[in-house]
Design a protein around this ligand. Structure first.
Ligand code: NOJ
Ligand code: NOJ
Length: 459
């Protein structure tokens, strides 16, 4: 065969394998969506639990995750704000959550986990974790907004929010707690470090902003003003997490416990902070923000080096919590790898809305890493701007989408044929390890999958 012939032939094979692969990804995503929804449902109100309980995982030993974790539960239940026929599920969750508030144990609302019969966990643990009430408020505020749109003010006032003070309903109780205590140090979302956390503050800010709007709708103007004021203070505080030196956002300030062994200061909690506090109208540290992109590309580079499994010749990089992690040996996680995909999809949507991409000192490395890995050696320079009318704009977005899809492909590869997803993927051999059927893994899959659908509308 002539050389050119071989070349065309191999290009054809390459093209075919890409299209077959792409088709497989779409098919898999659709099947996995149904499985993920039912897996989450299986972890809600199991037989021996109170209605409204969301177990973090059915695993009862090594690790024992058979508890209602406030954070995991809020994130999982939020999924039902985007599906039909979920009113009863959310109402039961609201009722159980109100019980948790009333009986929240010796450190109050920052209690991170509850037994499935409803009592607060009573053994030593990293507490308080003050992101919990904010996340719970956010999920329930979305639910309240849907009910209000449907004209069901009665259910909202009965179960979710009234202006009465001291607060008596679940959302307002969480907002009052958040408004009063956001500046206090606490344990981080990984339940390991004491200090002031970017993740926690980001979700607290969003809860107060959404809460302020809800309070206004429900004739509670003084609360609306106060929640808004506290949110503005948090906003200012969040600027302190910028490390000009490292060109990343720091996960924790004044951290204790384990701070020393974390040399890189890199943590995927920064990306989760963006995703879990998202509002398309508000660009405060949103996905396309230069600080976020810089943190994203440094995280990728670090995890590529940290995990042997990332040397395999498969598309996509597996991502963990932070490079120095030692929990179960320190491995990639499903939910953090999925978060990476979601950050890319969110950033794409923002660039499309802006109709331009500007190369800055902080995001330059992100974009150059992106184009160079795909064979384009032309460096993008600080100050360059690409508008919607230019090919380069679309080229960059295509690469970003390809990259985002690759995070899903690698997840597809390590998901069991049954659709089961655990917490972690062994960095050595890709086996699923730690808690099986982690509720949060399925929730993270769904939000990434749904966002991808919004992105595909533009391609
Ligand atoms: C259990 C926590 O849930 C996990 O996040 C942490 O890494 C380990 N304990 C080790 O502290
Ligand atoms: C450990 C994780 O670090 C934490 O974020 C989570 O809430 C618990 N496991 C339960 O899934």
């Amino acid at each position: 065969m002539k050389k050119s012939c071989v070349c065309v032939f191999s290009l054809l094979i390459l093209f075919l394998s890409f299209t077959i692969e792409a088709k497989n990804l779409d098919d898999w995503l659709n099947v996995q969506e149904k499985i993920s929804l039912s897996k989450i449902q299986e972890n809600i109100s199991p037989e021996d639990a109170k209605p409204g309980v969301v177990i973090a995982s059915p695993s009862t030993q090594k690790p024992d995750y058979y508890y209602h974790w406030v954070r995991d539960a809020a994130l999982a239940m939020d999924v039902f704000n985007y599906t039909s026929a979920s009113k009863d599920l959310l109402l039961e969750f609201a009722t159980f959550s109100r019980q948790n508030q009333i009986d929240s144990g010796f450190l109050g609302l920052g209690e991170p986990k509850y037994y499935v019969h409803g009592r607060p966990y009573d053994l030593p643990w990293g507490r308080p974790q003050n992101d919990g009430p904010a996340l719970r408020a956010l999920t329930l505020i979305r639910f309240a907004n849907t009910l209000l749109e449907q004209g069901d003010t009665e259910t909202v006032r009965k179960h979710l929010y009234v202006g009465a003070f001291p607060a008596t309903k679940v959302i307002k109780v969480d907002l009052e707690f958040t408004g009063n205590y956001w500046s206090q140090p606490c344990f981080d979302l990984w339940e390991e470090r004491w200090g002031h956390h970017f993740y926690t503050r980001m979700v607290q800010r969003r809860a107060l902003l959404e809460g302020s709007r809800l309070a206004e709708k429900l004739d509670d103007p003084e609360a609306a003003t106060w929640y808004f004021k506290e949110a503005s203070k948090i906003e200012k505080d969040l600027l302190r997490f910028q490390s000009i030196d490292k060109e990343v956002l720091l996960p924790t300030l004044n951290g204790e416990n384990g701070n020393d062994f974390r040399e890189t200061k890199l943590d995927t909690s920064i990306l989760l902070a963006v995703l879990h506090s998202y509002n398309f109208q508000d660009r405060f540290y949103s996905a396309s923000n230069e600080w976020i992109l810089s943190t994203t590309s440094q995280l990728e580079a670090a995890f590529e080096k940290t995990y042997p499994i990332n040397d395999r010749a498969v598309p996509g990089i597996l991502i963990g919590r932070y490079p120095e992690d030692e929990y179960y040996g320190g491995n990639p996680w499903f939910l953090t790898t999925l978060a990476m995909a979601e950050i890319y999809y969110r950033a794409i949507l923002e660039f499309i809305q802006d109709e331009k991409i500007e190369i800055t000192a902080l995001n330059q490395k992100f974009f150059n890493r992106l184009i160079q890995r795909y064979g384009d050696q032309t460096k993008l320079k600080i100050g360059e701007t690409f508008t919607f009318q230019e090919d380069k704009f679309h080229e960059i977005l295509n690469l970003m989408r390809w990259k985002a899809d690759n995070f899903l492909r690698v997840i597809q590869l390590y998901t069991k044929p049954s659709g089961a997803m655990s917490e972690q993927i062994s960095k050595q051999d890709g086996r699923q390890i730690s808690a099986n059927d982690l509720t949060w893994s399925y929730a993270a899959f769904l939000t990434a999958k749904w966002l991808r659908e919004e992105v595909l509308a533009y391609f």
